[in-house]
Design a binder for this molecule. Structure first.
Ligand SMILES: NC(=O)c1ccc[n+]([C@@H]2O[C@H](COP(=O)([O-])OP(=O)(O)OC[C@H]3O[C@@H](n4cnc5c(N)ncnc54)[C@H](OP(=O)(O)O)[C@@H]3O)[C@@H](O)[C@H]2O)c1
Length: 335
């Protein structure tokens, strides 16, 4: 299969245009996710999207060691042929916490460098597992740029030390990203953001590309398995959209494949999660074969519902009005 690639402007590195997501959404256990990684690499995936908070990096690390040693049931895959991403969780933004958190992920994943390290959310705000979505942590606060840059300086040091090849942001907005681009010595090369046909974020995608970043699209299928805490009554279901279903029928594929073809047509890098062998292979085929026609792309561009699924309620600070405050919707950082 001919998997498309992106070239990173800052380094010339090539990254496969699809990655495997590894967030078990609180209900898929670490061993099952690790087994999906083992199968996916055997099927041709080379890019795995990990994070400390997903709680499965040690198990994925065991699989990666087997993969590189040729003990995963198929010929060895060399480290340089893999693209492994991880992310700094929100409770590790303290100046003395960033480097140990990175080293913990690196060690858990059994690697001596990462291809990409993202700041998972731009706030040091977090919530205990399984807390109510309405709870507000008294320590949570809005975005403070000086604090974010203290985190970023530590990450720049990790690049200098050869421990990570690229840096990136996640869940950012245009005004926040503008400040980071102004002040970073080593600029982000990627922004990971929610992207699917019912949540297209065209202005942010345009901005991200204009400043030379690659948009990694999370929840590219509309995250049907997301945790209950992330579901609300007004959420829509991308894969049931009649236009999307009609195009899927024309291509004789599952609607999931159309979500991925739409992502590729728009220059996104989707990272679908799956533990089903059939779906893992189908998702790879979706980005490699049988692209959308221009008309189909246009029809799908028109079904945007501006329906954010991962709203981030649990990261709100006490004085915030609601989750909209996390996303700077008026173009100004909400304080
Ligand atoms: N940076 C961030 O803040 C952030 C936030 C959320 C997610 N992420 C990343 O993005 C990844 C993907 O997002 P996500 O997990 O929320 O959702 P997603 O990839 O949109 O959806 C995953 C769900 O779709 C199903 N699925 C996958 N392929 C399918 C196919 N071909 N046909 C039918 N169903 C299919 C999966 O079930 P099966 O297992 O049965 O296939 C799973 O329930 C995460 O795993 C994580 O790595 C990052």
């Amino acid at each position: 299969m001919d998997i498309p690639v992106f070239t990173v402007s800052a380094t010339g590195a090539r990254i496969p245009a699809i990655g495997l997501g590894t967030f078990g959404s609180d209900h898929v256990d670490p061993a099952t996710v690790a087994e999906a990684v083992r199968f996916a690499i055997g099927a041709g995936y080379r890019h795995i999207d990990c994070a400390a908070v997903y709680g499965n990096e040690p198990q994925i690390g065991s699989v990666l060691r087997q993969v590189m040693a040729g003990q995963a049931g198929y010929p060895a895959v060399a480290r340089q042929d893999l693209w492994i991403t991880s992310k700094l969780w929100n409770d590790k933004h303290g100046e003395d916490d960033v480097v140990p958190a990175f080293l913990q992920s690196l060690n858990n994943l059994g690697l001596d460098y990462l291809d990409l390290y993202l700041v998972h959310w731009p706030f040091p705000n977090f919530h205990p597992p399984k807390c109510s979505v309405d709870s507000r942590s008294p320590n949570a606060r809005p975005y403070i740029h000086e604090d974010f840059m203290k985190v970023w300086r530590k990450l720049e040091g990790l690049v200098d030390a050869g421990l990570v090849r690229h840096l990136g942001t996640s869940n950012m907005t245009e005004p926040k990203l503008s400040l980071v681009m102004r002040d970073a010595r080593i600029k982000p090369s990627f922004n990971e953001m929610e992207l699917h046909p019912h949540f297209q974020q065209p202005a942010l995608v345009r901005f991200v590309k204009e400043i030379g970043l690659i948009p990694i699209g999370f929840s590219p299928l509309g995250s049907p398995g997301r945790p209950e805490r992330d579901k609300t009554a007004t959420d829509t279901v991308d894969m049931e959209d009649p236009i999307l279903v009609r195009i899927a029928q024309a291509h004789k594929v599952h609607p999931a494949a159309i979500c991925l073809k739409w992502a590729i047509a728009n220059g996104h890098l989707p990272i679908p999660f799956s533990t089903s062998q059939r779906n893992i292979v189908a998702n790879l085929q979706a980005v490699a074969e049988d692209p959308l026609t221009n008309q189909e792309k246009q029809d799908l561009d028109a079904i945007d519902r501006d329906c954010r699924l991962i709203k981030g309620q649990v990261f709100l600070w006490e004085s915030a009005r609601d989750w909209h405050d996390l996303w700077d919707e008026d173009g100004v950082i909400v304080q």
